[in-house]
Design a binder for this molecule. Structure first.
Ligand code: F6P
Length: 324
C-alpha cells in the first residue's frame, strides 16, 4: 500500500543560482496542490542538522519567481559529510515529521541527497548552478541568467575598451568547468576563449590572433578566461609585452550569481521543482531531476553522479572560427 507523503522539506545548498527561488515556489505550490505541507529548511544541510525548519504555505512564496538568490539561504556543510551529521539530519526529519526532501543545488548537494536517501529519507535533487557542470542534466538552473549578466557587463566593458583600443582579459566563473566561458565568449565575439578543458598555446592561440586581428583592422580584443584557467594578470602582461596593446583585466566574480532570473531559468526551475514533488508524492526516492533532449526526466543519484558533461567542441569551434 502506498504511504501518503505528508510533509516535504525543501533546501538549497552550495553556491546560489538565479532561479532557485522559482524552484522553491514551484515545489511549495505543488506540495499544496497535493495536500502535502511544505517545510522550508534554512542554510542547506546545516539547517537540517540544526533543526532550523519552518512550515511554508502558498502565500509564503508570493512574488518569488523574479527574485535572485534563495529565500532559504544556502551554505556548504562539512558536518553533513560525516555519518554523525547525516544521522542528526535524519533525527530532525523524524522529529519534524518530514518524509521527503527536495535538495536544490549542484553535485555536492546530490551527494548529500544520496546519503539521506540511503538513511531512509526519500530525497530528490534539483540541479541549480551557474556553472552548468552537472553531467546528468543538459541544463542547470541559473546558467542562462549568469551568462546574460556576464554578457551585459562585457558589453559595457567593450564600450570603454574600444574607445581606448585596448585588449580586455575577462575572467568569468565556472569553477573547474568552461561551459559559461564558451557560451559567453561566443555571445560577445571574443578574440580568444581560454577554458580548462582545451589547453591553448598563449603565443599561437591568443597573441597571434590579436596580431592578426589588428592587421585585419580590429581595434579591441576580448579574451575570455574561465575561472578554472585563471592567471589573467599574467595573460594580460604577455599580450601587452608581445603586441604593445594596452591590456586590462576584469574579474566579473560574484556579480554573475545575482539578479532576476531570465525566462529560461524561471520556467526550467518551475518545471524541475514541480517534478521533484511529483516524484516524492509517488513515494520515489534517490533521484535527480534532469533536463535531457528537451524533456524533464529523472535519473538515480548514483548514476547521475557518475555522468560527466564534456564541453561542446562545436560551440568552441564556432567561437574560434568566427573570432578573426
Ligand atoms: O559553483 C558556483 C560558483 O559560483 C563557481 O562558479 C565558483 O567557483 C564558486 O561557486 C564560488 O564559490 P563561493 O561563493 O563560495 O566563493
Amino acid at each position: 500500500m502506498e504511504t501518503k507523503v505528508r510533509r516535504i522539506g525543501i533546501l538549497t545548498s552550495g553556491g546560489d543560482a538565479p532561479g532557485m527561488n522559482a524552484a522553491i515556489r514551484a515545489a511549495v505550490r505543488n506540495c499544496i496542490h497535493h495536500g502535502i505541507t511544505p517545510i522550508g529548511i534554512r542554510r542547506g544541510y546545516n539547517g537540517l542538522i540544526q533543526g532550523d525548519t519552518f512550515e511554508m504555505d502558498a502565500r509564503s512564496v508570493n512574488n518569488l519567481s523574479n527574485r535572485g538568490g534563495t529565500i532559504l539561504y544556502t551554505a556548504r556543510c562539512k558536518e553533513f559529510t560525516t555519518p554523525e551529521g547525516v544521522q542528526q539530519a535524519v533525527r530532525t526529519c523524524r522529529y519534524a515529521g518530514i518524509d521527503g526532501i527536495i535538495a536544490i543545488g549542484g553535485d555536492g548537494t546530490f551527494r548529500g541527497a544520496g546519503k539521506l536517501s540511503e538513511a531512509g529519507i526519500n530525497t530528490v535533487g534539483v540541479p541549480a548552478t551557474i556553472d552548468n557542470d552537472i553531467g546528468c542534466s543538459h541544463y542547470t538552473i541559473g546558467f542562462d541568467t549568469a551568462a546574460n549578466t556576464a554578457i551585459e557587463c562585457i558589453d559595457k566593458l567593450s564600450d570603454t575598451m574600444q574607445s581606448h583600443e585596448r585588449a580586455s582579459v575577462v575572467e568569468v566563473m565556472g569553477r573547474h568547468a568552461g561551459h559559461l566561458a564558451v557560451y559567453v565568449g561566443l555571445a560577445v565575439g571574443a578574440t580568444a576563449i581560454l577554458v580548462p578543458e582545451f589547453p591553448v598555446n598563449l603565443e599561437r592561440d591568443v597573441i597571434e590572433k590579436v596580431r592578426e586581428g589588428r592587421y585585419r583592422g580590429k581595434h579591441h580584443f576580448l579574451i575570455i578566461v574561465a575561472e578554472g584557467v585563471g592567471k589573467c594578470d599574467e595573460i594580460a602582461q604577455q599580450i601587452e609585452a608581445a603586441t604593445g596593446i594596452d591590456a586590462r583585466v576584469s574579474i566579473l566574480g560574484h556579480i554573475q550569481r545575482g539578479g532576476s532570473p531570465t525566462a529560461r531559468d524561471r520556467t526550467m526551475a518551475a518545471r524541475m521543482g514541480h517534478t521533484a514533488v511529483e516524484e516524492l508524492a509517488k513515494g520515489h526516492t534517490d533521484l535527480v531531476v534532469c533536463y535531457r533532449d528537451s524533456h524533464i526526466v529523472t535519473i538515480p543519484i548514483a548514476e547521475a553522479l557518475r555522468m560527466t558533461k564534456p564541453l561542446d567542441p562545436y560551440m568552441y569551434k564556432v567561437a574560434y572560427d568566427v573570432s578573426i
